[in-house]
Ligand binder design. Sequence first.
Ligand code: G3P
Length: 217
Amino acid sequence: MKFFVDTAEIAEIAELNDLGMVDGVTTNPSLIMKSGRDILEVTREICDLVSGPVSAEVVATEAEAMIAEGRKLAAIAENIAVKVPLTWDGLKACKVLSDEGRMVNVTLCFSANQALIAAKAGARFISPFIGRLDDINLDGMDLIRDIRVIYDNYGFETEVLAASIRSVNHVLESARIGADVITAPPAVIRKLADHPLTDQGLAQFLKDAAQARITIL
Ligand code: G3P
């Protein structure tokens, strides 16, 4: 499973990238706002750092304007995936940009039918938002499961990019189901390393090492 990091914070991306944890990056207008950076500048910096797909989102709502914005974003670097919302205009933009050979990430997906038509429009990635479905008392993982089945039934090559990941269990469930990619905030990726028994075991080992006066260097 590929790990994308869901942030526009350069330092966080760099730290995880040095550890080999970053197969790509996703951003959106909210994350760009949080970074306080200019979208074109910060996206260029991210692309210089990471060789995998870097999603940058359009802000237009009409297909022609989305296409123009998408082309401008794609000109930043070879590894840009243009992110468009799952609206009818977004699907039109997806088709045109995909036919031009650009990677398109169709975002704000909340139903399996939306995922089905995004695949038909040539999306390279579909981004179902797990956490936001959980927020309204639905089960975001059911959506990932349904999309996996539908894409496998018909051999769609669109990659399932599990998004709006809020917890380590979202990551685990996505891996069990077979999502191609998860995109998660850096804090969630770091938490994947945590286990209380690891902390407890290490504390005991260090205590015993001190008692036995074990030194290595
Ligand atoms: O990748 C989509 C993500 O940024 C949305 O996450 O937590 O705002 O629903 P969230």
